[in-house]
Design a binder for this molecule. Structure first.
Ligand code: JBZ
Length: 246
């Protein structure tokens, strides 16, 4: 549900979201919230009680739209809002179980707070940056949820472990050619030594995760091998590894 239905046209008609709909695995409808306004100017916002700058989304169009679209008491209502709880892969998994979702996109400075409260909505934010409205966040949530619907991903795609399923960032990947503009593929990947490759990949996944997402590393239990690999990384740095002078 949105004041800008046109935003959804491109993303819903490409790639996975398109194929999921074509296969009949999901049905996605985009509703113009202005259809549930009643005045000549199709007003969806108003000035804030208590004063202040900016406009606030009015309750009536959103409640009437939800009344019209709700299929049963089981419909889960999601409001995209900077005041929401952070969206996670775990939440995507929960939402993928629902038979019917209604995603409500805001504009202006946000919603009259009776909207999420009165709808019993899950209020979600996709992250800590300033956006103009809830449409791009709704597409992010849709993408994350739809790919978890059984049958949406092909075997190859769903077999691949991705970042958050394993709790670590992915190891670096390479494809041909072996040298490009002087940049080389690590020799171990060309060695055919599968045990050495697996060890290298685990080590590089640990290195990346510690460099870029130390928060993730703190949440998982490290095996003896993981601890050895991290110690090796520390030794490389101490004995003048990559990036060190002399
Ligand atoms: C979101 C007023 O509508 C907005 C504005 C910003 C915004 C959202 C909705 S949802 N940012 C986020 O997920 O971070």
């Amino acid at each position: 549900m949105t004041l800008f239905p046109g935003i959804f046209q491109g993303p819903l008609q490409e790639s996975i979201l398109r194929r999921a709909q074509e296969k009949g695995l999901v049905e996605i409808r985009v509703h113009d919230l202005r259809a549930w306004t009643h005045d000549r100017h199709r007003t969806a916002d108003d000035i804030p009680y208590g004063g202040g700058s900016g406009m606030v989304m009015k309750p009536e169009p959103v409640f009437e739209a939800v009344d019209a679209l709700r299929q049963d008491p089981e419909s889960r209502i999601v409001v995209l809002s900077p005041q929401g709880v952070p969206f996670t892969q775990e939440m995507a998994g929960g939402l993928a179980q629902a038979e019917h979702l209604i995603l409500v996109c805001g504009r202006y400075e946000g919603f009259d707070d009776r909207i999420p409260r009165g709808l019993g909505a899950l209020e979600i934010s996709i992250g800590d940056y300033v956006l103009t409205g809830g449409e791009l966040p709704a597409l992010v949530v849709l993408d994350a949820v739809v790919r978890l619907v059984p049958g949406v991903l092909g075997d190859a795609e769903s077999a691949a472990g991705d970042s958050f399923s394993a709790g670590l960032l992915e190891f670096p990947q390479y494809t041909r050619p072996p040298v490009y503009r002087g940049l080389v593929v690590p020799a171990v990947l060309l060695s055919g030594d599968h045990l050495a490759i697996a060890r290298w990949r685990r080590k590089e996944a640990l290195r990346r995760t510690r460099d870029r997402r130390p928060d993730l590393l703190e949440r998982i239990r490290l095996s003896e091998l993981d601890q050895d690999l991290l110690a090796e990384i520390d030794d490389e740095a101490a004995s003048g590894g990559a990036g060190m002078n002399s």
